[in-house]
Write a protein that binds this ligand. Structure first.
Ligand SMILES: C[S@@+](CC[C@H](N)C(=O)[O-])C[C@H]1O[C@@H](n2cnc3c(N)ncnc32)[C@H](O)[C@@H]1O
Length: 230
Protein backbone atom coordinates (compact mmCIF):
# COMPACT_ATOMS: atom_id res chain seq x y z
CA UNK A 1 0.00 0.00 0.00
CA UNK A 2 1.56 3.29 -1.02
CA UNK A 3 -0.06 6.64 -0.51
CA UNK A 4 0.81 10.09 0.67
CA UNK A 5 0.07 10.31 4.34
CA UNK A 6 0.13 13.32 6.55
CA UNK A 7 -0.51 12.90 10.26
CA UNK A 8 0.45 9.21 10.02
CA UNK A 9 -1.32 7.28 12.81
CA UNK A 10 2.00 5.54 13.33
CA UNK A 11 3.22 2.29 14.73
CA UNK A 12 -0.13 0.54 15.21
CA UNK A 13 -1.19 1.02 11.59
CA UNK A 14 2.21 -0.10 10.31
CA UNK A 15 2.05 -3.19 12.51
CA UNK A 16 -1.46 -4.18 11.36
CA UNK A 17 -0.61 -3.63 7.69
CA UNK A 18 2.71 -5.50 8.05
CA UNK A 19 0.88 -8.59 9.36
CA UNK A 20 -0.98 -8.59 6.04
CA UNK A 21 2.28 -8.53 4.07
CA UNK A 22 2.11 -4.86 3.05
CA UNK A 23 3.88 -1.65 4.03
CA UNK A 24 2.74 1.86 4.71
CA UNK A 25 5.17 4.24 3.09
CA UNK A 26 4.30 7.90 3.43
CA UNK A 27 5.49 9.68 0.29
CA UNK A 28 6.82 13.23 0.22
CA UNK A 29 4.66 15.95 -1.29
CA UNK A 30 6.74 15.93 -4.50
CA UNK A 31 5.37 12.48 -5.38
CA UNK A 32 1.72 13.48 -5.47
CA UNK A 33 1.78 13.99 -9.25
CA UNK A 34 3.01 10.42 -9.78
CA UNK A 35 0.18 9.04 -7.65
CA UNK A 36 -2.25 11.19 -9.62
CA UNK A 37 -0.83 9.78 -12.89
CA UNK A 38 -1.31 6.22 -11.60
CA UNK A 39 -4.87 6.91 -10.40
CA UNK A 40 -5.74 8.66 -13.67
CA UNK A 41 -4.35 5.73 -15.70
CA UNK A 42 -6.40 3.25 -13.66
CA UNK A 43 -9.51 5.31 -14.32
CA UNK A 44 -8.95 4.94 -18.07
CA UNK A 45 -7.79 1.34 -18.41
CA UNK A 46 -7.56 -1.80 -16.29
CA UNK A 47 -3.96 -2.17 -15.09
CA UNK A 48 -2.72 -5.28 -13.31
CA UNK A 49 0.33 -3.55 -11.82
CA UNK A 50 0.29 -2.67 -8.13
CA UNK A 51 0.77 0.98 -7.19
CA UNK A 52 4.31 0.18 -6.05
CA UNK A 53 5.18 -1.42 -9.40
CA UNK A 54 3.59 1.46 -11.29
CA UNK A 55 5.55 3.97 -9.22
CA UNK A 56 8.74 2.00 -9.87
CA UNK A 57 8.20 2.35 -13.61
CA UNK A 58 7.75 6.11 -13.33
CA UNK A 59 10.90 6.43 -11.22
CA UNK A 60 12.99 4.25 -13.55
CA UNK A 61 11.81 5.96 -16.73
CA UNK A 62 12.64 9.36 -15.27
CA UNK A 63 16.12 8.17 -14.26
CA UNK A 64 16.69 6.49 -17.64
CA UNK A 65 15.85 9.66 -19.59
CA UNK A 66 19.34 10.91 -18.74
CA UNK A 67 20.83 7.95 -20.67
CA UNK A 68 19.19 9.07 -23.90
CA UNK A 69 18.18 6.50 -26.50
CA UNK A 70 14.77 5.07 -27.23
CA UNK A 71 12.41 3.31 -24.83
CA UNK A 72 10.39 0.13 -25.33
CA UNK A 73 7.71 -2.00 -23.78
CA UNK A 74 7.03 -5.61 -24.76
CA UNK A 75 3.59 -6.64 -23.45
CA UNK A 76 1.23 -3.67 -23.68
CA UNK A 77 -2.30 -5.11 -23.32
CA UNK A 78 -4.62 -2.09 -22.89
CA UNK A 79 -1.75 0.41 -22.59
CA UNK A 80 -1.82 1.15 -18.84
CA UNK A 81 1.89 0.77 -18.15
CA UNK A 82 2.69 2.35 -21.55
CA UNK A 83 0.75 5.44 -20.45
CA UNK A 84 2.88 5.62 -17.31
CA UNK A 85 6.04 5.41 -19.42
CA UNK A 86 4.67 8.20 -21.61
CA UNK A 87 3.95 10.32 -18.53
CA UNK A 88 7.64 10.26 -17.56
CA UNK A 89 9.55 9.78 -20.82
CA UNK A 90 9.68 13.33 -22.20
CA UNK A 91 10.49 13.37 -25.92
CA UNK A 92 12.15 9.93 -26.06
CA UNK A 93 10.74 7.61 -28.76
CA UNK A 94 8.72 4.75 -27.26
CA UNK A 95 8.34 1.43 -29.15
CA UNK A 96 5.43 -0.75 -28.05
CA UNK A 97 5.21 -4.46 -28.87
CA UNK A 98 2.10 -6.58 -28.49
CA UNK A 99 0.06 -8.95 -30.62
CA UNK A 100 -3.05 -6.82 -29.97
CA UNK A 101 -5.84 -8.32 -32.12
CA UNK A 102 -3.55 -9.65 -34.88
CA UNK A 103 -4.13 -13.28 -33.87
CA UNK A 104 -7.91 -13.06 -33.71
CA UNK A 105 -8.40 -13.46 -37.45
CA UNK A 106 -7.43 -17.13 -37.11
CA UNK A 107 -4.24 -19.13 -37.13
CA UNK A 108 -1.67 -18.49 -39.82
CA UNK A 109 -0.89 -21.44 -42.09
CA UNK A 110 2.42 -22.20 -40.46
CA UNK A 111 2.27 -20.65 -36.96
CA UNK A 112 5.57 -20.03 -35.19
CA UNK A 113 6.14 -21.56 -31.76
CA UNK A 114 5.75 -18.05 -30.31
CA UNK A 115 2.36 -17.54 -31.95
CA UNK A 116 1.10 -20.90 -30.69
CA UNK A 117 2.18 -20.15 -27.11
CA UNK A 118 0.57 -16.69 -27.15
CA UNK A 119 -2.68 -18.21 -28.44
CA UNK A 120 -2.65 -20.91 -25.77
CA UNK A 121 -1.90 -18.52 -22.92
CA UNK A 122 -4.01 -15.47 -23.77
CA UNK A 123 -6.82 -16.91 -25.91
CA UNK A 124 -8.81 -13.97 -27.29
CA UNK A 125 -7.88 -11.61 -24.43
CA UNK A 126 -5.82 -8.87 -26.05
CA UNK A 127 -5.79 -5.11 -26.12
CA UNK A 128 -7.03 -3.27 -29.21
CA UNK A 129 -4.33 -1.41 -31.10
CA UNK A 130 -6.60 1.52 -32.04
CA UNK A 131 -7.65 2.03 -28.41
CA UNK A 132 -4.05 2.00 -27.21
CA UNK A 133 -3.13 4.51 -29.92
CA UNK A 134 -6.04 6.73 -28.84
CA UNK A 135 -5.01 6.46 -25.17
CA UNK A 136 -1.45 7.51 -26.00
CA UNK A 137 -2.28 10.09 -28.69
CA UNK A 138 -1.43 13.07 -26.43
CA UNK A 139 2.19 11.89 -26.13
CA UNK A 140 4.92 12.38 -28.77
CA UNK A 141 7.04 9.67 -30.41
CA UNK A 142 4.91 6.57 -29.71
CA UNK A 143 5.39 3.71 -32.22
CA UNK A 144 3.17 0.62 -32.10
CA UNK A 145 4.48 -2.71 -33.47
CA UNK A 146 1.60 -5.19 -33.65
CA UNK A 147 2.34 -8.90 -34.04
CA UNK A 148 4.22 -11.70 -32.34
CA UNK A 149 7.47 -10.62 -30.67
CA UNK A 150 10.33 -11.10 -31.60
CA UNK A 151 9.11 -11.32 -35.24
CA UNK A 152 8.22 -7.61 -34.95
CA UNK A 153 11.55 -6.53 -33.51
CA UNK A 154 13.41 -6.13 -36.83
CA UNK A 155 11.91 -2.63 -37.21
CA UNK A 156 14.00 -1.36 -34.29
CA UNK A 157 17.13 -3.46 -34.78
CA UNK A 158 19.34 -0.37 -35.19
CA UNK A 159 18.00 1.42 -32.05
CA UNK A 160 19.76 1.77 -28.70
CA UNK A 161 17.56 1.80 -25.60
CA UNK A 162 17.71 3.71 -22.32
CA UNK A 163 14.64 2.04 -20.81
CA UNK A 164 12.82 -1.24 -21.49
CA UNK A 165 9.78 -2.73 -19.75
CA UNK A 166 9.14 -6.46 -20.25
CA UNK A 167 5.64 -7.64 -19.29
CA UNK A 168 4.99 -10.61 -21.58
CA UNK A 169 3.95 -13.18 -18.91
CA UNK A 170 5.58 -16.02 -20.88
CA UNK A 171 9.11 -17.29 -20.18
CA UNK A 172 9.95 -18.02 -23.83
CA UNK A 173 8.95 -14.55 -25.02
CA UNK A 174 10.79 -13.00 -22.06
CA UNK A 175 13.96 -14.89 -23.04
CA UNK A 176 13.62 -13.70 -26.64
CA UNK A 177 13.09 -10.13 -25.44
CA UNK A 178 16.19 -10.22 -23.25
CA UNK A 179 18.21 -11.63 -26.16
CA UNK A 180 16.98 -8.83 -28.40
CA UNK A 181 17.11 -5.82 -26.06
CA UNK A 182 20.16 -6.57 -23.91
CA UNK A 183 22.79 -5.98 -26.64
CA UNK A 184 20.96 -2.76 -27.51
CA UNK A 185 20.91 -1.27 -24.00
CA UNK A 186 22.98 1.86 -23.44
CA UNK A 187 25.40 1.85 -20.48
CA UNK A 188 23.33 2.67 -17.37
CA UNK A 189 20.06 1.84 -19.13
CA UNK A 190 17.31 0.37 -16.97
CA UNK A 191 15.29 -2.73 -17.85
CA UNK A 192 12.32 -3.64 -15.66
CA UNK A 193 10.85 -7.11 -15.87
CA UNK A 194 7.40 -7.98 -14.52
CA UNK A 195 6.19 -11.47 -13.49
CA UNK A 196 9.36 -12.05 -11.47
CA UNK A 197 7.39 -14.01 -8.87
CA UNK A 198 6.78 -16.60 -11.63
CA UNK A 199 9.35 -19.37 -11.25
CA UNK A 200 9.96 -19.84 -14.97
CA UNK A 201 10.35 -16.12 -15.67
CA UNK A 202 12.75 -15.83 -12.72
CA UNK A 203 14.78 -18.76 -14.12
CA UNK A 204 14.99 -17.02 -17.50
CA UNK A 205 16.49 -13.92 -15.87
CA UNK A 206 18.77 -16.04 -13.69
CA UNK A 207 20.17 -17.97 -16.65
CA UNK A 208 20.48 -14.90 -18.86
CA UNK A 209 22.39 -12.78 -16.34
CA UNK A 210 24.42 -15.59 -14.72
CA UNK A 211 27.58 -14.65 -16.63
CA UNK A 212 26.83 -10.99 -17.30
CA UNK A 213 28.02 -8.09 -15.16
CA UNK A 214 24.74 -6.12 -15.09
CA UNK A 215 23.18 -5.26 -11.72
CA UNK A 216 20.06 -7.41 -11.25
CA UNK A 217 17.87 -6.05 -8.44
CA UNK A 218 14.84 -7.99 -7.24
CA UNK A 219 12.01 -5.75 -6.09
CA UNK A 220 9.48 -6.95 -3.51
CA UNK A 221 6.40 -6.28 -5.67
CA UNK A 222 7.01 -8.86 -8.42
CA UNK A 223 9.42 -6.86 -10.55
CA UNK A 224 13.12 -7.17 -11.31
CA UNK A 225 15.22 -4.16 -12.28
CA UNK A 226 18.38 -4.54 -14.32
CA UNK A 227 20.90 -1.72 -14.66
CA UNK A 228 22.97 -2.28 -17.79
CA UNK A 229 26.74 -2.22 -17.62
CA UNK A 230 26.79 -1.52 -21.35
C1 LIG B 1 0.31 -8.88 -18.71
S1 LIG B 1 -0.13 -8.25 -20.28
C2 LIG B 1 0.66 -6.66 -20.30
C3 LIG B 1 0.07 -5.70 -19.29
C4 LIG B 1 0.50 -4.27 -19.44
N1 LIG B 1 1.96 -4.12 -19.41
C5 LIG B 1 -0.12 -3.43 -18.33
O1 LIG B 1 0.54 -3.21 -17.30
O2 LIG B 1 -1.26 -3.02 -18.48
C6 LIG B 1 0.84 -9.22 -21.34
C7 LIG B 1 0.71 -8.85 -22.81
O3 LIG B 1 1.78 -9.45 -23.50
C8 LIG B 1 1.36 -9.78 -24.81
N2 LIG B 1 2.27 -10.80 -25.34
C9 LIG B 1 2.70 -11.93 -24.72
N3 LIG B 1 3.56 -12.61 -25.49
C10 LIG B 1 3.70 -11.89 -26.64
C11 LIG B 1 4.48 -12.05 -27.82
N4 LIG B 1 5.32 -13.10 -28.01
N5 LIG B 1 4.39 -11.10 -28.78
C12 LIG B 1 3.59 -10.03 -28.62
N6 LIG B 1 2.81 -9.82 -27.52
C13 LIG B 1 2.88 -10.74 -26.54
C14 LIG B 1 -0.09 -10.23 -24.64
O4 LIG B 1 -0.81 -10.05 -25.82
C15 LIG B 1 -0.57 -9.32 -23.49
O5 LIG B 1 -1.28 -8.21 -23.99
Amino acid sequence: MIRTWRGLPGRMLRTIVATRGAVVAPLGAGWESDLTAIRETRRRVPMLLSDAAALQILIAVRAARRRGGAMAEAGVFRGGSARLICHAKGDAPLHLFDVFETLQAGATQDPSAGETLVREHFGAVHGARARVEALLAPYPGVHVHAGVFPDTAAAVASERFGFVHLDLDLPGATRAALAFFHPRLLPGAILIGDDYEDRQVREVFGAFFADRPDAVIELPWGQVMVVSQG
